[in-house]
Design a protein around this ligand. Sequence first.
Ligand SMILES: Nc1ncnc2c1ncn2[C@@H]1O[C@H](COP(=O)(O)OP(=O)(O)OP(=O)(O)O)[C@@H](O)[C@H]1O
Ligand SMILES: O=P(O)(O)OC[C@H]1O[C@H](OP(=O)(O)OP(=O)(O)O)[C@H](O)[C@@H]1O
Length: 208
Amino acid sequence: MLTIALSKGYLLPEALKVFRKVGLRVPEAGEILRKLEFTDADRKCRFLIVRPADVPVYVEYGAADLGVAGKDVLMEGRHKITELLDLKFGYCRLVVAALKGAYRKDTLRAGLRVATKFLNSAAEYFQGKLDIDVELIKLYGSVELAPLDGLSDVIVDLVATGKTLQENGLEVVDEIYTSTARLIANRVKAKSRYREILTLAQRIKKTV
Ligand SMILES: Nc1ncnc2c1ncn2[C@@H]1O[C@H](COP(=O)(O)OP(=O)(O)OP(=O)(O)O)[C@@H](O)[C@H]1O
Ligand SMILES: O=P(O)(O)OC[C@H]1O[C@H](OP(=O)(O)OP(=O)(O)O)[C@H](O)[C@@H]1O
């Protein structure tokens, strides 16, 4: 039986749909409630429901053979996993944003305070790409609040519809990368259970 780690929250309903499309009888996201581990009705696969950032951790350490995680999480966490497939759902963008009219890409400067959940991606963008030193402030959510409240000058956060930025008087200054959900595998298992994993990945690919 393959063990598959899924992100709770935003990506869960679509991730379950992917496995339903390949014939696994799995519950709807709304039916799972507090159950963090279950198998499909025919006991072919075992599923673990974990925090988004923990999916690649379970997969890297082999506690799960496969996982479904956002590319943003994979870029940020830099875990040693194999990316098998772009599942083409969960589209969003990691962007730099600020209060409307406050900054443009060419006015981003050293010393800015940057609030974000994505410390590594933000550091890579500011230090790596723009070659400027900024002060990174780690937040765990409601990041859009930081510039309103004077906690930071800009933020680095995910945008999907743009509604949260708009509702809070913010705008995109620059895009860092785009993200969709990915099917990932443990590196050792991708070799030792190659046939099983390949068969499932190929079936999933046909539905994407
Ligand atoms: N509008 C969106 N907002 C946030 N995440 C999105 C959006 N669209 C797609 N995603 C994907 O969903 C994942 C985040 O899911 P969710 O927002 O449920 O968790 P989270 O709040 O980031 O995690 P945690 O609960 O651990 O803090 C992201 O990694 C991203 O790949
Ligand atoms: O462009 P939109 O469609 O408005 O979506 C973007 C918002 O969704 C995510 O927040 P989430 O719901 O995960 O809350 P949190 O980051 O504050 O925990 C993300 O961090 C943005 O705040």
